[in-house]
Design a protein around this ligand. Structure first.
Ligand SMILES: Cc1cc2nc3c(=O)[nH]c(=O)nc-3n(C[C@H](O)[C@H](O)[C@H](O)COP(=O)(O)O)c2cc1C
Length: 156
């Protein structure tokens, strides 16, 4: 299965998990990179209000892929504005498969994974699995096992 990972990572946590997934699955990775990095409160506001933020060019056409993994940090319980923009920009998603994972500080409530899932399902994609990785999972190394389990869902 040819997989594209679309990763937004502000401080490196999500990227670390994405690279572990990439190691196991040999997926391609595209970085979602907002043109401007607003200050903390703007990030929170943008996430809460489900805003869009302009992003630098990256792989948005998934015609050549069987599946897509979208990953990002949780901000204010929701998806960062750059991810919302990426989801809007995606092309040729219908009929393809997807997974989602988010990283977050604690293990509290978050809607980010659900937002991504709903968006891509509405676009006609088939959901394969999701993963919520906390900073404690990253610190203890548990995330490696989690990624291994998650990656199995993407095997043909
Ligand atoms: C603006 C902002 C808002 C955040 N909001 C939350 C939150 O609501 N819940 C949470 O558990 N962690 C929150 N965090 C922590 C990040 O989700 C967590 O550190 C994540 O792993 C960072 O991923 P990254 O290094 O890929 O950017 C927030 C961090 C930032 C910068």
């Amino acid at each position: 299965m040819k997989i594209l990972i679309a990763c937004y990572s502000y401080t490196g946590n999500t990227l670390k998990v994405a690279e572990e997934f990439q190691k196991i699955t040999d997926a391609d990775l595209t970085r979602i990179d907002p043109v401007k990095n607003g200050f903390y409160l703007l990030k929170i506001w943008g996430a809460l209000r489900e805003h869009r933020a302009e992003i630098n060019p990256c792989q948005t056409d998934i015609m050549d892929y069987d599946s897509l993994v979208v990953c990002c940090p949780v901000w204010a319980g929701k998806t960062p504005a750059g991810i919302n923009q990426y989801l809007d920009d995606l092309k040729n998603i219908k009929g393809r498969k997807f997974g989602v994972f988010v990283t977050m500080k604690g293990s509290g409530n978050q809607k980010a994974a659900q937002q991504i899932r709903e968006n891509l399902t509405e676009g006609g994609m088939e959901f394969l699995g999701q993963m919520i990785v906390t900073e404690a999972d990253l610190k203890s190394g548990k995330y490696k096992e989690m990624v291994e389990f998650f990656a199995k869902k993407f095997q043909d």
